[in-house]
Design a protein around this ligand. Structure first.
Ligand SMILES: Cc1cc2nc3c(=O)[nH]c(=O)nc-3n(C[C@H](O)[C@H](O)[C@H](O)COP(=O)(O)OP(=O)(O)OC[C@H]3O[C@@H](n4cnc5c(N)ncnc54)[C@H](O)[C@@H]3O)c2cc1C
Length: 323
């Protein structure tokens, strides 16, 4: 969001408490075109992907870093029904462009439990979100645009059509607190349906995986023999230690060679009940906005909806209609 303002020459300032609760800091940054049990094209994927790739390329240029990796996915199939469904879909010319012609003949697959079949997916990407956050924050600090602290909602005062906060005066404030938005007193939190994602970082020697692999969990190569393993969510009411143990056992079922477990983390995804982004203006104070609800797909949705938000902030005629 702040890069969108930067490249449009707008004045802005970011307050963040150092990613304490950040989902972005835990995300693998996967952009996955084909999702769900029925292999459907991800919601509005063909609209979002070009804008995501353009924005990340612009960020790479601006920051002098490389963050986007074109990385196919191999997805395992569990049943004959799924296999038949995929065969029908893959002969369709529309889905054909997401079928990786290189197939799934990869040596490293033998490190994983055998499945009924595999689907090779292309036009999928991994964005190095950790590196992006680090370099973008460094840029903000160097340019005096960043304050690392907890935002105190009680200190907001609306005066003369502007927002006073501590020593600052802003024309508008956009809240982008991810899952922490449920504590924001200016916006109703009933639209949210947060869900927790757990991540395990593993060290796996000598498998040289060059694609992402999806069984019941996603395995994503992060370089230097380290792998991000995650997916799924903590079901409501389930004990978190039991959930962690079950995930650890599942990893051992899926990955049938030795590995080292480096660490475990989790964060809450800012999902909404209707599984759509949540961009809105406060009913009470026209200067306050919310940019949220990126759910499980922040990497592909954020660039597109940052443009929508930026248009709304700077053009009287734009509306926050999302569908
Ligand atoms: C384990 C896991 C894996 C995921 N993997 C993927 C993936 O591969 N691909 C994908 O597209 N999406 C993925 N997601 C979803 C993705 O992470 C989210 O959609 C996205 O990160 C949401 O971004 P955000 O900026 O809205 O929220 P966040 O990343 O949570 O950022 C909010 C920021 O606001 C700060 N903040 C909150 N409240 C305050 C306050 N009061 N004062 C100051 N600062 C505050 C937080 O500390 C944080 O830095 C994953 C999520 C999880 C949890």
């Amino acid at each position: 969001m702040s890069f969108e303002l930067e490249r449009n020459g707008k004045s802005y300032f970011v307050i963040d408490n150092g990613h304490i609760s950040s989902a972005s800091a835990k995300a693998a940054g996967i952009i996955n075109p084909i999702t769900g049990k029925n292999f459907v094209l991800s919601w509005r994927f063909e609209e979002f992907l070009p804008i995501a790739l353009e924005t990340y390329a612009a960020l790479e240029k601006f920051l002098g870093i490389q963050i986007v990796i074109d990385m196919p996915i191999i997805r395992s199939i569990d049943s004959i029904d799924q296999e038949n469904l995929w065969l029908a879909k893959s002969s369709d010319s529309f889905f054909g462009k997401y079928l990786d012609g290189n197939g799934y003949d990869a040596d490293w697959l033998s490190a994983f439990r055998k499945k009924l079949g595999y689907i090779p997916i292309k036009n999928s990407f991994r964005v190095d979100i950790k590196s992006l956050l680090y370099h973008w924050k460094t840029h903000l600090i160097e340019n005096g645009r960043f304050l690392e602290e907890e935002f105190d909602y009680s200190l907001i005062e609306i005066k003369n059509g502007k927002v006073d906060y501590k020593e600052f005066t802003f024309d508008k404030v956009v809240f982008c607190e991810g899952a922490q938005a449920i504590d924001n007193p200016f916006f109703d939190s009933t639209s949210f349906s947060l869900n927790r994602g757990d991540v395990f970082t593993l060290k796996i020697q000598n498998i040289a995986m060059n694609r992402m692999y999806k069984d019941e969990l996603f395995f994503v190569p992060f370089g230097d023999n380290t792998y991000w393993v995650g997916g799924g969510y903590l079901p409501k009411g389930k004990d978190e230690h039991e959930h962690k143990k079950e995930m650890e056992n599942l990893i051992k079922e899926i990955l049938i060679i030795d590995f080292e477990h480096l660490h475990h983390e989790y964060a809450w995804r800012p999902s909404t009940k209707n599984r759509r982004p949540l961009l809105r203006q406060s009913d009470t104070f026209a200067q306050l906005y919310q940019f949220n609800g990126l759910g499980t797909k922040g990497t592909s949705l954020a660039p597109y909806f940052s443009k929508v938000m930026s248009d709304v902030l700077f053009s009287e005629s734009s509306s926050l209609e999302l569908h």
